[in-house]
Design a protein around this ligand. Structure first.
Ligand code: SAM
Length: 326
């Protein structure tokens, strides 16, 4: 398949920037940051401050328009000053959509302050709906806290609340209908994401990987399929009817259908490094450049990374998902 770089001309809407706010997480999901990695943080010891993150975003936005920023991690809600950071981003990029991906454990208390600070969209990760399976997958978490977080987000009136579910054959492969029913009851879209053999996902991959194709086929046997809706971002969307409620189900297929073509994403990892592709092993230390006052160099790096985008990746990287943020 021919690959093309994203159209970053002034006529286009520019890039989608994903910022990892910390590599720390309060969950120990088996496929991401299991107990064996407890306490592990990625170097350096001095991660970017809020002001430094805002300065990095400002340098990037001075080089290429930014239409969307997503805060991720690790767990973004563990970062001290996260609400102030959202407010700072809102001031810096008044036109951009501000979004967050979170495990929801602290969302019940933070949903309203985040919305008031300017966050527009929230994706909450939820892979299991029963206590036993949730605990097996994420032993330090509380299912109830995530569910309360989702309720709080819906009540807070964000422009969009979505549920993110990683497809895991033995954890939720037989519970897809239940998860879709839950999303429908909350008026939320649900997106099923294929497990990637990255970090702790690699050793689980052989037993747990479930393709979007198979998940869609399974779902059609337990819910009424209303039809495909085409693509939105990286998700192929379908409408279903569950108990008389229409729900949109997205399938994100980085393994079976990589979406390199036209990808407009740039990432800053938890170490302040610029990463052009989730499948890159490493990044460029923009934070060091910022601390050394090298703004022209930063702009050059951003342009170079953008120029290299669109090539289809052929291998999976040696890196952790919680450092880069998915
Ligand atoms: N802590 C937040 C959360 O749980 O949503 C944000 C960070 S987490 C790394 C971002 C997303 O990546 C989550 O939806 C998580 O389920 C997903 N993820 C982590 N490891 C993955 C893997 N190996 N394959 C696919 N998705 C993965």
């Amino acid at each position: 398949m021919a690959a093309t770089s994203p159209d970053l001309s002034t006529a286009s809407r520019g890039i989608y920037l994903r910022l990892s706010l910390t590599s720390a997480c309060d969950l120990q999901c088996a496929y991401c940051r299991p107990a064996s990695l407890r306490g592990h943080r990625e170097p350096p010891q001095r991660p970017p401050t809020n002001d430094e993150l805002l300065a990095l975003v400002s340098s990037i936005a001075a080089t290429v328009p930014v239409h969307k920023v997503r805060l991720t991690g690790g767990e973004p809600l563990l970062r001290r000053g996260v609400v102030d950071l959202v407010a700072g981003l809102r001031r810096l990029l008044p036109e951009a959509t501000l979004a967050m991906t979170t495990n929801g454990q602290r969302l019940a208390e933070l949903a309203v302050p985040l919305r008031d600070a300017g966050l527009a969209r929230v994706n909450v990760s939820l892979d299991a709906l029963d206590e036993e399976r949730f605990a097996r997958l994420s032993p330090t978490g509380r299912l109830g806290a995530t569910l309360e977080g989702i309720d709080a987000a819906v009540r807070a009136g964000f422009d969009q609340v979505k549920i993110n579910t990683v497809l895991l054959r033995t954890v939720n492969g037989d519970r897809l209908g239940e998860l879709v029913r839950f999303a429908a009851a909350h008026g939320a879209e649900i997106r099923f994401i294929e497990l990637m053999p990255i970090g702790a996902g690699a050793p689980l991959y052989a037993d747990e990987y479930l393709s979007s194709h198979e998940a869609l086929a399974r779902l059609k046997t337990v819910a009424r399929h209303l039809g495909p809706l085409g693509f939105s971002g990286t998700a192929r969307r379908h409408a279903f009817d569950v108990d008389g409620r229409r729900v949109v189900v997205g399938f994100i297929s980085p393994v079976s259908h990589p979406f390199c073509d036209g990808c407009d994403r740039l990432r800053i990892d938890a170490r302040g490094r610029l990463v052009g592709c989730l499948r890159d092993d490493d990044g460029i230390d923009l934070l060091a450049g910022l601390r050394a006052g090298r703004s022209a160099w930063i702009a050059e790096q951003v342009r170079d990374v953008l120029a290299g985008k669109g090539r289809e990746a052929t291998r999976w990287p040696v890196r952790t998902m919680y450092g880069i943020g998915g």
